[in-house]
Design a protein around this ligand. Sequence first.
Ligand code: AMP
Ligand code: GLY
Length: 425
Amino acid sequence: MKVLVVGNGGREHALVAMLARSPLAPTLYCAPGNGGIEALATCVPIPPEAVETIADWAQQNAMDYVVVAPDMPLCLGLCDLLAARGIPSFGPSKAAARIEGSKVFAKELMRKYGIPTAACEVFTDIASALRYVQSAPCPMVIKADGLAYGKGVLICHTRHEAEQAVRDMMERDTFGASGRRIVIEEFLTGPEVSVLAFADGQTLLPMPSGMDHKRALDDDQGRNTGGMGVIAPNPFYTQQIAQECMQTIFMPTLRAMQAEGCPFQGCLYFGLMLTDAGAKVIEYNCRFGDPEAQAVLPLLTSDLLSILLHVTAGTLAQADVRFAQGASCCVVLASGGYPQAYESGKPIHGIAQAQAQSDTWVFHAGTRRQADGSLVTAGGRVLGVTAVRPTLAQAVTAAYAAADAIAFEGRHMRRDIGARALGAL
Ligand code: AMP
Ligand code: GLY
């Protein structure tokens, strides 16, 4: 069975690593892949956004199945293009991917179906947005409607900041077309939880919950990043909250998508905030989170490929989905300066030592293998180091021990991944 994975980050390396150990023994391809993925899959140099080229390549090379991981190709309709060529794939249709691709679509869906989320207003003209900002309570959260590479959310503590944010998005076009429509929403507080769930349109099976650490520096200081580390399961997300979320958020979302004529098939990501008034949706993603996938997938003890195939076939209820009882910690090693300017091309050492312990994984995000076989940095987030252990405390210690074995110039990591979670236990 020939399987193509689309994407090039740590999430894709985790997916490829789990697919590589499948008893179905697939032959793996990855477009475009990275310096770590190429040990397990044939890398095909096509960028994830080139959806027509990917679909053509998959057809010409007789792929049996395609797993589409990043948001952009999903929102551009890669799964629809593949279906038109008779190739089954894992991932939502273009219509269902709007749950991530348009914040206005997501907010209207939640409003219509009574799914708990922050109160909000939608604006398409700048004059009304600016008027609204003058009377709305601070802080307020301003979001560009479309995809903005994780940078389209601004938390504004003063009216002046909010006015600047509105002007940046709607007048100066900082986010291009994505920012011409904006959402201004109520600021919520509480612990954040990420829940990834397999969904086949009708059945939904949540994976262990996670806690991302989005800011660049310890104690949640510094800039927002794509994610500096994740622990799973998230201790703030109790059994009782999980049951509540299933009833008030997860199943209502799945049924709402069906009712709207765009049933969701793939991995549905719920970004939740546990407020005093219950769990509320902060955002939906139409895919595996990154780095969440790097922490959660190593906990899976059954076969990922069969689960994905069941999702695509609409038979998820029959799939064998099991996770280890223990805990997982993923620490991201970034290039110095990330998420702002950083240097690339730095030699990386120590990966073999880092992986020496069992249940310890090094996932490559921004790495490149050079012609002489040496490995160098090639991105902001360079590696994700994950350890699975019986307890969270052990997982955190083991992940840091492995991460410390890896060296490259400018290496930056947070030292407090899991600290808040351990405090809650
Ligand atoms: P997003 O890009 O949608 O993941 O949002 C980035 C981060 O902004 C989230 O992880 C939250 O920490 C924060 N955020 C988004 N919406 C809200 C909100 N309504 N209230 C408080 N924080 C928010
Ligand atoms: N870690 C958050 C995301 O994947 O969007």
